[in-house]
Design a protein around this ligand. Structure first.
Ligand code: ZN
Ligand code: ZN
Length: 317
């Protein structure tokens, strides 16, 4: 005969503690690992591989990242790529989808996700900036078509594994990208921090190392070299996303297409030759000899650049 009381007790225990019956510390550790996987999927797959083509990924990590992003963010690759490319193309202008310089830092921190979603709904943005993103069967029939069902499935998985606390784990997972990506990177990364380069936008490095946001904190470096797979440029900077890309490279799962240029000092020349001119043009943005607000420059230069110091903000350290 079935012992109904035992069955009910088991079900109640599952409901409260999940099938794993994990301790609080285990739940915390698993949550941190899962959120880290999500930010790595964003920075390595969506941002560096897809939006900027800075790294080629093997099908195995590529499919894993796509699946994990579907489960934990509901973001559609084409939408992310299009909105992000437009951000670079129109940086700090009224057309920039999420500039704290034009929309205010508060708007980015509180409503950054809405700004992203509003832009992702514009067909012209997707058509103009969203090219060359995955368009295979699983993209069309699952990831794009049922973009929000993945996070619902994740909630069921969390509740099954951890019980009631699984709902909190899920809430943390859902808040991770809005807080870390839209708030810290898109907001603070164009407002507070230090700058290695006088890029023609307000981008800043929020910190020289920020494990929780996967290397994305080096946002001034990234805006200076957007097609580089590596975001760190100074010896004291640490880009954890790049560390993973290097790890994947070693086992043949990734191939970086570009890294920041290295400074090579040659012998001094009395007269500038063609190579000197080439170097100056290539480094126009960072070359202090040709600052855009220099009075010696004519209007073609000044009209090409914003003057970074004129941006509202920016507390630099
Ligand atoms: Zn940016
Ligand atoms: Zn970018």
């Amino acid at each position: 005969m079935i012992d109904f009381q035992a069955v009910i007790d088991t079900l109640v225990n599952w409901g409260a503690n999940g099938v794993l019956n994990a301790s609080g510390w285990t739940v915390l550790a698993v949550t941190l690992v899962m959120t880290h996987l999500t930010i790595c999927s964003v920075t390595i797959f969506l941002h560096r591989a897809q939006a900027h083509r800075a790294v080629d990924l093997h099908a195995i990590p590529s499919h894993f990242f796509r699946f994990w992003l579907w489960l934990t963010t509901g973001m559609v690759t084409k939408e992310f790529v299009a909105v992000h490319r437009k951000h670079h193309a129109k940086c700090e202008t009224p057309e920039d989808p999420h500039s704290p310089q034009t929309r205010g830092l508060k708007a980015l921190l509180l409503t950054g996700v809405e700004l992203y979603r509003a832009e992702a709904k514009i067909p012209e943005t997707l058509a103009k900036y969203g090219h060359n993103t995955p368009n295979d069967w699983i993209e069309r029939n699952l990831y794009t078509r049922f973009s929000w069902q993945g996070v619902a499935l994740m909630m069921i998985i969390n509740l099954t594994l951890f019980g009631a606390i699984g709902l909190t784990v899920w809430a943390v997972q859902m808040a991770w990208i809005p807080v870390m990506a839209t708030g810290i990177i898109n907001g603070i990364g164009h407002y507070y921090g230090y700058r290695n380069f006088e890029a023609p936008d307000a981008s800043t490095n929020v910190s020289p190392w920020g494990v929780l946001i996967g290397g994305e904190e080096l946002h001034n470096n990234h805006h200076t070299y957007p097609t580089s797979a590596k975001f760190s440029v100074k010896p004291f900077e640490f880009d954890i996303g790049w560390m993973y890309i290097r790890g994947m490279e070693m086992v043949g799962l990734a191939k970086a297409r570009k890294t920041p240029p290295q400074l090579i000092l040659g012998e001094l020349k009395d007269v500038a030759d063609a190579r000197t001119l080439e170097a100056i043009i290539a480094n126009l943005d960072s070359a202090h000899v040709l600052r855009p607000n220099s009075s010696t420059l004519g209007s073609p230069f000044t009209s090409l650049h914003h003057t970074p110091t004129s941006f509202r903000s920016a507390v630099r350290w």
